[in-house]
Ligand binder design. Structure first.
Ligand code: C2O
Ligand code: CU
Length: 631
């Protein structure tokens, strides 16, 4: 036992010292964790963060073993300095570095760090100026007194270092040019010149007031204008950016799209900055229903309104009397809309044939649930999925046709002798107002997204739960599909999982492919001419509409059961909860192509990878330095 001696200078209590030390060590750890990223930005910044971290570590150690008033005064001054620099960097920006006077974004690591520093300041003051009266407190009381600061420091350090360690990349290039190794830049993968008829369009990305909110639009409307061309046309689309942010246009589902025109920020192009423009050019060889949307900061820009339909009519002319696009999307002011309205009316006379091109651009919630339109009032055929025709589609009665985000379905029917035909989106209804709403809408109370075709009495209702679900794998007649029939040259598992964790500098429900989240999912590398098979296993309870850019996937099987109907060829495969799908594609379009979930939340939480052809490189990169954020 030590004999208690009354020291001439009393030390602060052990609880206070311990708390102050931890709240200094925490910021030290975060500063060291973010240092590598800052080294990539600018070496002096990296050095500054290492210096701050090292000094704070030394101070924390001294607080435990050699506390003194001078130490706490110095720690207080240093911490005040760090907080001041932080505030400047997030408000006006610091005057030095690669981007002088440009404020940085506020993130998890810096909030956690600053919070600890702010709490530590009063502790330093107490330690420096107040004398401890209780010199021999009971150990339990010491532990209790130290608990709040300890918990705070441990929790914030965990979050701060975790988010810093899985931060937004500064610069990430999916396929960099390697000196000394020949490669073709994506920039060169453009449409070869030809004498096709040119169809020129200009799409101006601009803010427009719609339904009381500022929407981001193409040409002032949501959806943007429908681009309708004829098979064989050469599209020349100029994107003019009048938005306050950079943007791009991706041509979703167009077979054979040249890679340079794919519109993926950071892979196939630099996002078009405000005030600038860019022209996309490609030949629309394959008739079908497609759509276009921004592929910069996609999860944000699609939901704000940057999308529209793209229809390529067959060269032989329209096959139906009426041909209408039905684009389901989020209304800028909430809810689901069809072509910008909640109650779309389309003209058609009795006996006329009608094609409805249904496009699902609705961004679902975390469950990824597809929309499920039901056609009432006439027998119909599903003649195409994702713009690709089905073989011998038979007539159907009312069924729920699940269309995942990004997918399309073409329905064809003949108008009855009397009365209207309706397309009712049952899934949106059960989302927006429950089963009751669904029943109300099916019964004809039209306050939920619905399309009425023709005039006269509305068709009889049906309860959505009583309706069968359309199954594309048991529909139409089998036919040969050379890609499905071919022996695969390569085969890859794609296992989809999710769990909470750190990603993109924040805490997310991280979505992984084979155990890694973007941008750390290793690409699949293919060679031109290969038939590549993907074995997609969904280990989550969510839907994942998996979209492959620039290619067509033939469905082989679902849960081991081979496709029993028409060949199904898609650019977006809807993988239901716990389902396993096998698909194959022919690698016939060299480039660097994204393969990702079209549930925008899932994609931004990590469910994104690329399929890269050998010998192709990109001069572009994603990350905070270029500002390219394709997800
Ligand atoms: Cu419709 Cu990569 O997107
Ligand atoms: Cu998903």
């Amino acid at each position: 036992m030590e004999t208690p001696v009354r020291p001439t200078r009393q030390r602060p209590g052990p609880a206070l010292l311990f708390g102050a030390a931890l709240l200094t060590a925490g910021p030290a750890a975060i500063h060291l964790a973010v240092a590598p990223m800052h080294f990539q930005e600018w070496v002096p910044f990296g050095l500054l963060f290492v210096a701050a971290g090292a000094l704070q570590l030394a101070a924390a150690t001294a607080m435990l073993f050699r506390p003194s008033r001078r130490l706490f005064l110095a720690a207080g001054a240093g911490t005040l300095g760090i907080v001041a620099v932080y505030l400047v960097s997030r408000t006006t920006g610091v005057p030095v570095g690669p981007n002088p006077w440009r404020p940085e974004m506020v993130g998890f690591p810096d909030i956690a760090c600053t919070a600890m520093e702010l709490v530590s300041l009063p502790l330093f003051a107490v330690a420096a100026f107040r004398r401890s009266r209780e010199r021999r407190r009971h150990p339990v009381r010491v532990v209790l007194a130290a608990a709040p600061a300890t918990l705070l420091a441990v929790a914030l350090t965990y979050v701060g270092t975790g988010t810093a360690g899985a931060g937004m990349p500064v610069a990430y290039d999916v396929a960099p040019m390697v000196p000394g190794r020949a490669s073709t830049s994506v920039d060169l993968l453009t449409a070869p010149p030809g004498d096709e008829p040119v169809r020129s369009f200009t799409l101006t990305a601009e803010v427009a007031r719609i339904g009381g909110v500022d929407a981001w639009t193409f040409d002032g409307t949501v959806p943007g204008p429908e681009l309708r061309v004829v098979q064989g046309d050469r599209l020349r689309v100029t994107l003019v950016n009048h938005l306050p942010a950079s943007t791009t246009i991706h041509w979703h589902g167009v077979p054979g799209l040249p890679n340079a025109e794919d519109g993926v920020a950071g892979i196939t192009q630099q996002a078009v900055p405000p005030g600038r423009s860019m022209t996309y050019e490609f030949v629309a060889d394959a008739p079908g229903t497609y759509w276009y949307h921004s592929h910069q900061d996609t999860s944000d820009q699609i939901t704000r309104g940057l999308f529209g339909a793209l229809v390529v009519e067959p060269r032989s002319g329209p096959t139906e009397d009426r041909d209408d696009t039905v684009l389901l999307h989020d209304a800028p002011n909430g809810g689901v809309a069809v072509n910008g309205t909640s109650d779309l009316r389309l003209a058609a006379r009795p006996g006329e044939t009608v094609r409805l091109r249904v496009v699902n651009a609705v961004a679902p919630g975390m469950d990824g649930t597809p929309e499920a339109p039901v056609l009432l009032g006439a027998p119909y055929r599903v003649v195409a999925l994702d713009g690709r025709d089905l073989n011998q589609p038979q007539q159907l009665g009312p069924q729920r046709i699940a269309i995942g985000m990004g997918q399309r379905a073409d329905l064809v029917f003949t108008m009855p002798a009397s009365g209207a035909v309706r397309l009712v989106d049952t899934e949106s209804q059960s989302h927006s107002s429950g089963v009751q709403g669904a029943i109300a809408a099916l019964a004809g109370a039209a306050r939920l997204p619905a399309v009425t075709i023709g005039d006269g009495p509305l068709p009889a209702a049906a309860h959505p739960d009583a309706l069968p679900a359309f199954d594309p794998l048991h529909y139409g007649a089998p036919a040969s599909d050379p890609v499905a029939a071919a022996r695969a040259d390569a085969s890859y598992p794609i296992v989809l999982t999710e769990q909470p964790g750190f990603h993109s500098g924040s805490i997310q429900l991280v979505h992984e492919i084979n155990g890694a989240a973007s941008p750390n999912v290793p690409p699949i590398v293919v060679r031109e001419g290969q038939v590549v098979r993907l074995h997609i296993v969904n280990e989550t309870a969510e839907y994942h509409p998996m979209h492959l850019h620039g290619h067509t996937m033939s469905v082989l099987s679902r849960d081991g059961q081979p496709d029993a109907g028409s060949p199904v060829r898609l650019d977006t495969v809807l993988i239901g909860p716990h389902e396993t799908w096998d698909v194959a594609f022919l690698a016939d379009n060299p480039g660097l192509w994204m393969f990702h979930c079209h549930v925008l939340l899932h994609a931004s939480f990590g469910l994104t990878m690329s399929i890269d052809y050998t010998g192709i490189s990109t001069p572009y990169s994603m990350g905070t330095r270029s500002g390219n954020m394709p997800e």
